[in-house]
Design a protein around this ligand. Structure first.
Ligand code: GUN
Length: 290
Protein backbone atom coordinates (compact mmCIF):
# COMPACT_ATOMS: atom_id res chain seq x y z
CA UNK A 1 0.00 0.00 0.00
CA UNK A 2 1.35 3.39 -1.04
CA UNK A 3 0.32 6.54 0.82
CA UNK A 4 -0.65 9.40 -1.48
CA UNK A 5 1.25 12.08 0.40
CA UNK A 6 -0.69 15.29 -0.19
CA UNK A 7 1.48 17.27 2.18
CA UNK A 8 4.68 16.50 0.27
CA UNK A 9 3.05 16.85 -3.17
CA UNK A 10 1.49 20.20 -2.22
CA UNK A 11 4.88 21.34 -0.95
CA UNK A 12 6.48 20.37 -4.30
CA UNK A 13 3.79 22.30 -6.22
CA UNK A 14 4.25 25.36 -3.98
CA UNK A 15 8.02 25.23 -4.59
CA UNK A 16 7.36 25.22 -8.35
CA UNK A 17 4.98 28.19 -8.01
CA UNK A 18 7.55 30.06 -5.90
CA UNK A 19 10.06 29.76 -8.78
CA UNK A 20 7.49 31.20 -11.21
CA UNK A 21 6.71 34.09 -8.85
CA UNK A 22 10.43 34.90 -8.59
CA UNK A 23 10.60 34.97 -12.41
CA UNK A 24 7.60 37.31 -12.56
CA UNK A 25 9.17 39.65 -10.04
CA UNK A 26 12.53 39.52 -11.83
CA UNK A 27 10.69 40.59 -15.00
CA UNK A 28 9.38 43.64 -13.13
CA UNK A 29 5.85 42.29 -12.70
CA UNK A 30 3.93 42.25 -9.46
CA UNK A 31 3.27 39.12 -7.42
CA UNK A 32 -0.23 37.59 -7.61
CA UNK A 33 -2.49 38.87 -4.83
CA UNK A 34 -5.09 36.59 -3.21
CA UNK A 35 -7.75 37.85 -0.81
CA UNK A 36 -9.66 35.52 1.52
CA UNK A 37 -12.92 36.51 3.14
CA UNK A 38 -14.03 34.78 6.31
CA UNK A 39 -17.34 35.43 8.03
CA UNK A 40 -17.78 34.55 11.71
CA UNK A 41 -15.60 32.43 13.96
CA UNK A 42 -16.01 28.80 12.86
CA UNK A 43 -12.82 27.16 14.20
CA UNK A 44 -12.25 24.82 11.24
CA UNK A 45 -12.81 27.62 8.70
CA UNK A 46 -10.34 29.90 10.52
CA UNK A 47 -7.73 27.11 10.43
CA UNK A 48 -8.25 26.57 6.69
CA UNK A 49 -8.13 30.27 5.82
CA UNK A 50 -5.00 30.78 7.91
CA UNK A 51 -3.38 27.87 6.05
CA UNK A 52 -4.28 29.55 2.74
CA UNK A 53 -2.69 32.83 3.83
CA UNK A 54 0.42 30.96 5.01
CA UNK A 55 0.65 29.21 1.64
CA UNK A 56 0.59 32.63 -0.07
CA UNK A 57 3.59 33.68 2.01
CA UNK A 58 5.40 30.46 1.08
CA UNK A 59 4.96 30.95 -2.68
CA UNK A 60 5.63 34.71 -2.59
CA UNK A 61 2.06 35.88 -3.29
CA UNK A 62 0.59 38.95 -1.65
CA UNK A 63 -2.42 38.13 0.51
CA UNK A 64 -5.20 39.97 2.31
CA UNK A 65 -7.33 38.35 4.99
CA UNK A 66 -10.73 39.98 5.44
CA UNK A 67 -12.45 38.98 8.67
CA UNK A 68 -16.12 39.89 8.88
CA UNK A 69 -18.44 39.44 11.86
CA UNK A 70 -21.05 36.65 12.02
CA UNK A 71 -23.71 39.39 12.16
CA UNK A 72 -22.82 40.94 8.80
CA UNK A 73 -25.85 41.22 6.48
CA UNK A 74 -26.00 39.54 3.09
CA UNK A 75 -26.12 42.97 1.47
CA UNK A 76 -22.94 44.11 3.26
CA UNK A 77 -21.10 40.94 2.22
CA UNK A 78 -22.25 41.35 -1.39
CA UNK A 79 -20.99 44.93 -1.39
CA UNK A 80 -17.59 43.75 -0.05
CA UNK A 81 -17.47 41.24 -2.91
CA UNK A 82 -18.26 43.99 -5.42
CA UNK A 83 -15.40 46.02 -3.95
CA UNK A 84 -13.01 43.07 -4.43
CA UNK A 85 -14.30 42.48 -7.98
CA UNK A 86 -13.39 46.09 -8.82
CA UNK A 87 -10.07 46.23 -6.96
CA UNK A 88 -7.30 46.01 -9.61
CA UNK A 89 -4.83 45.16 -6.88
CA UNK A 90 -6.61 41.83 -6.11
CA UNK A 91 -6.09 39.08 -8.71
CA UNK A 92 -8.32 36.46 -7.12
CA UNK A 93 -10.37 35.97 -3.98
CA UNK A 94 -12.34 33.37 -2.08
CA UNK A 95 -15.18 33.51 0.40
CA UNK A 96 -14.69 30.65 2.84
CA UNK A 97 -17.72 28.35 3.19
CA UNK A 98 -19.90 27.57 5.06
CA UNK A 99 -21.50 30.98 5.61
CA UNK A 100 -23.93 31.83 8.43
CA UNK A 101 -27.49 30.62 7.73
CA UNK A 102 -28.89 34.10 7.04
CA UNK A 103 -26.57 34.48 4.01
CA UNK A 104 -27.44 32.78 0.71
CA UNK A 105 -24.26 30.97 -0.43
CA UNK A 106 -25.49 30.76 -4.01
CA UNK A 107 -26.00 34.52 -4.21
CA UNK A 108 -22.46 35.00 -2.88
CA UNK A 109 -21.00 32.51 -5.39
CA UNK A 110 -22.80 34.25 -8.26
CA UNK A 111 -21.56 37.68 -7.13
CA UNK A 112 -17.86 36.76 -7.46
CA UNK A 113 -16.40 37.87 -10.80
CA UNK A 114 -15.61 34.76 -12.91
CA UNK A 115 -12.23 36.42 -13.65
CA UNK A 116 -11.32 36.29 -9.94
CA UNK A 117 -13.11 33.03 -9.03
CA UNK A 118 -10.00 31.13 -7.91
CA UNK A 119 -12.14 28.63 -5.94
CA UNK A 120 -13.76 27.65 -9.26
CA UNK A 121 -17.28 27.64 -7.79
CA UNK A 122 -18.96 30.14 -10.18
CA UNK A 123 -21.30 28.65 -12.83
CA UNK A 124 -19.04 30.09 -15.53
CA UNK A 125 -16.02 28.23 -14.09
CA UNK A 126 -18.04 25.01 -13.78
CA UNK A 127 -19.43 25.42 -17.31
CA UNK A 128 -15.94 25.98 -18.71
CA UNK A 129 -14.79 22.81 -16.94
CA UNK A 130 -17.62 20.79 -18.51
CA UNK A 131 -16.81 22.18 -21.97
CA UNK A 132 -13.02 21.60 -21.60
CA UNK A 133 -12.37 25.34 -21.91
CA UNK A 134 -9.56 27.06 -19.99
CA UNK A 135 -10.76 28.35 -16.62
CA UNK A 136 -10.55 27.83 -12.90
CA UNK A 137 -11.11 24.25 -11.73
CA UNK A 138 -12.72 23.78 -8.30
CA UNK A 139 -9.85 23.62 -5.82
CA UNK A 140 -10.44 20.24 -4.15
CA UNK A 141 -11.22 18.18 -7.28
CA UNK A 142 -8.30 19.91 -9.05
CA UNK A 143 -6.02 18.95 -6.14
CA UNK A 144 -7.12 15.32 -6.35
CA UNK A 145 -6.43 15.26 -10.09
CA UNK A 146 -2.94 16.68 -9.42
CA UNK A 147 -2.27 14.08 -6.73
CA UNK A 148 -3.32 11.16 -8.98
CA UNK A 149 -1.24 12.64 -11.82
CA UNK A 150 1.92 13.07 -9.78
CA UNK A 151 1.69 9.49 -8.50
CA UNK A 152 1.16 8.27 -12.10
CA UNK A 153 -2.07 6.51 -11.20
CA UNK A 154 -3.53 4.99 -14.36
CA UNK A 155 -7.13 6.17 -14.70
CA UNK A 156 -7.94 5.49 -18.36
CA UNK A 157 -10.72 2.93 -18.73
CA UNK A 158 -10.94 2.46 -14.96
CA UNK A 159 -14.10 2.20 -12.93
CA UNK A 160 -14.32 5.26 -10.65
CA UNK A 161 -16.94 5.66 -7.93
CA UNK A 162 -17.48 9.08 -6.35
CA UNK A 163 -19.44 9.10 -3.09
CA UNK A 164 -21.21 12.42 -2.45
CA UNK A 165 -22.69 14.91 -4.94
CA UNK A 166 -21.80 18.26 -3.36
CA UNK A 167 -21.44 21.19 -5.73
CA UNK A 168 -17.87 21.88 -4.61
CA UNK A 169 -16.42 18.34 -4.56
CA UNK A 170 -18.43 15.26 -5.60
CA UNK A 171 -20.23 16.65 -8.60
CA UNK A 172 -17.25 18.40 -10.29
CA UNK A 173 -15.00 15.45 -9.34
CA UNK A 174 -17.23 13.08 -11.29
CA UNK A 175 -16.92 15.34 -14.35
CA UNK A 176 -13.12 15.63 -14.13
CA UNK A 177 -12.67 11.86 -13.81
CA UNK A 178 -14.76 11.30 -16.96
CA UNK A 179 -12.99 13.97 -19.08
CA UNK A 180 -10.80 12.98 -22.02
CA UNK A 181 -7.58 13.85 -20.20
CA UNK A 182 -4.44 12.21 -18.80
CA UNK A 183 -6.18 11.96 -15.44
CA UNK A 184 -9.70 11.10 -16.60
CA UNK A 185 -11.22 8.69 -19.11
CA UNK A 186 -12.83 6.76 -16.27
CA UNK A 187 -16.25 5.18 -16.30
CA UNK A 188 -17.70 7.21 -13.44
CA UNK A 189 -20.53 6.37 -11.07
CA UNK A 190 -21.69 9.28 -8.88
CA UNK A 191 -23.37 7.91 -5.75
CA UNK A 192 -25.36 9.73 -3.05
CA UNK A 193 -27.78 9.31 -0.18
CA UNK A 194 -30.45 7.67 -2.39
CA UNK A 195 -28.05 5.17 -3.97
CA UNK A 196 -29.08 1.55 -3.39
CA UNK A 197 -26.64 -1.29 -2.73
CA UNK A 198 -23.69 1.13 -2.43
CA UNK A 199 -21.27 -1.57 -1.26
CA UNK A 200 -21.96 -3.62 -4.43
CA UNK A 201 -21.02 -0.55 -6.48
CA UNK A 202 -17.90 0.39 -4.51
CA UNK A 203 -16.64 -3.21 -4.51
CA UNK A 204 -16.38 -3.03 -8.31
CA UNK A 205 -14.45 0.25 -8.28
CA UNK A 206 -10.79 0.65 -9.23
CA UNK A 207 -10.82 4.21 -7.83
CA UNK A 208 -13.07 5.41 -4.98
CA UNK A 209 -13.33 9.09 -4.06
CA UNK A 210 -15.24 9.65 -0.82
CA UNK A 211 -16.62 13.12 -0.10
CA UNK A 212 -19.70 12.98 2.08
CA UNK A 213 -18.51 14.18 5.49
CA UNK A 214 -19.39 11.06 7.49
CA UNK A 215 -16.44 9.86 9.57
CA UNK A 216 -15.17 6.36 8.74
CA UNK A 217 -18.08 5.69 6.37
CA UNK A 218 -16.14 3.57 3.84
CA UNK A 219 -15.10 0.28 5.42
CA UNK A 220 -12.80 -2.53 4.26
CA UNK A 221 -15.67 -4.82 3.20
CA UNK A 222 -16.76 -2.14 0.63
CA UNK A 223 -13.41 -2.10 -1.20
CA UNK A 224 -11.80 -4.54 -3.60
CA UNK A 225 -8.13 -5.52 -3.38
CA UNK A 226 -5.84 -3.10 -5.21
CA UNK A 227 -8.26 -0.15 -5.22
CA UNK A 228 -7.10 3.48 -5.11
CA UNK A 229 -8.95 5.33 -2.34
CA UNK A 230 -9.11 9.13 -1.98
CA UNK A 231 -10.56 10.46 1.27
CA UNK A 232 -11.92 14.02 1.11
CA UNK A 233 -13.59 13.96 4.53
CA UNK A 234 -12.15 15.85 7.45
CA UNK A 235 -14.40 15.96 10.51
CA UNK A 236 -13.43 17.19 13.97
CA UNK A 237 -14.46 14.71 16.67
CA UNK A 238 -14.08 15.41 20.39
CA UNK A 239 -10.98 13.82 21.93
CA UNK A 240 -9.97 14.80 25.43
CA UNK A 241 -6.55 13.19 25.06
CA UNK A 242 -5.62 15.86 22.48
CA UNK A 243 -4.44 19.34 23.41
CA UNK A 244 -6.82 20.83 20.86
CA UNK A 245 -9.74 18.83 22.33
CA UNK A 246 -10.45 17.10 18.99
CA UNK A 247 -9.00 14.77 16.40
CA UNK A 248 -9.55 14.71 12.67
CA UNK A 249 -11.34 11.80 11.01
CA UNK A 250 -11.73 11.13 7.32
CA UNK A 251 -14.67 9.49 5.55
CA UNK A 252 -12.61 6.31 5.21
CA UNK A 253 -12.04 3.76 7.99
CA UNK A 254 -8.29 3.78 7.38
CA UNK A 255 -7.58 0.72 9.57
CA UNK A 256 -9.82 -1.66 7.59
CA UNK A 257 -9.52 -0.05 4.12
CA UNK A 258 -5.78 0.71 3.80
CA UNK A 259 -4.52 -2.93 3.84
CA UNK A 260 -6.64 -3.61 0.73
CA UNK A 261 -5.51 -0.55 -1.26
CA UNK A 262 -2.79 -0.05 -3.84
CA UNK A 263 -2.86 3.68 -2.93
CA UNK A 264 -4.72 5.69 -0.29
CA UNK A 265 -4.72 9.28 0.99
CA UNK A 266 -4.20 9.84 4.72
CA UNK A 267 -6.27 12.27 6.83
CA UNK A 268 -4.83 14.73 7.63
CA UNK A 269 -2.06 15.22 5.06
CA UNK A 270 -3.88 13.95 1.97
CA UNK A 271 -6.46 15.98 0.08
CA UNK A 272 -6.48 19.04 2.40
CA UNK A 273 -3.01 20.38 1.48
CA UNK A 274 -3.74 19.66 -2.20
CA UNK A 275 -6.80 21.94 -2.08
CA UNK A 276 -4.54 24.76 -0.95
CA UNK A 277 -1.93 24.00 -3.62
CA UNK A 278 -4.69 24.17 -6.26
CA UNK A 279 -5.83 27.52 -4.94
CA UNK A 280 -2.27 28.79 -5.41
CA UNK A 281 -2.21 27.35 -8.98
CA UNK A 282 -5.53 29.04 -9.79
CA UNK A 283 -4.30 32.37 -8.39
CA UNK A 284 -1.18 32.21 -10.57
CA UNK A 285 -3.46 31.40 -13.51
CA UNK A 286 -5.61 34.45 -12.65
CA UNK A 287 -2.80 36.83 -13.54
CA UNK A 288 -1.97 34.83 -16.67
CA UNK A 289 -5.62 35.17 -17.78
CA UNK A 290 -5.65 38.95 -17.28
N1 GUN B 1 -15.12 25.17 2.52
C1 GUN B 1 -14.67 23.90 2.39
N2 GUN B 1 -13.85 23.79 1.32
C2 GUN B 1 -13.77 25.02 0.78
C3 GUN B 1 -13.05 25.54 -0.34
O1 GUN B 1 -12.32 24.86 -1.07
N3 GUN B 1 -13.22 26.88 -0.57
C4 GUN B 1 -14.04 27.66 0.18
N4 GUN B 1 -14.15 28.94 -0.14
N5 GUN B 1 -14.71 27.20 1.22
C5 GUN B 1 -14.58 25.89 1.51
Amino acid sequence: MILLDGKQTASDIKDEIAVKVKELKAAGKKAPHLAAVIVGDNGASITYVNAKVKACEKVGFDSTLIKLPETITEEELLSKIEELNNDDNIDGFIVQLPLPKHIDELKVTLAISPLKDVDGFHPESLGRMVLDLPGFLPATPYGIVQLLDRYNIETSGKDCVVIGRSHIVGSPMSILMARNNKVGNCTVTLTHSRTQNLADITRRADIIIVALGKPEFLTGDMVKDGAVVVDVGITRVADETKKSGFRLLGDVDFASVSPKCSHITPVPGGVGPMTIASLMMNTLQAIEMK
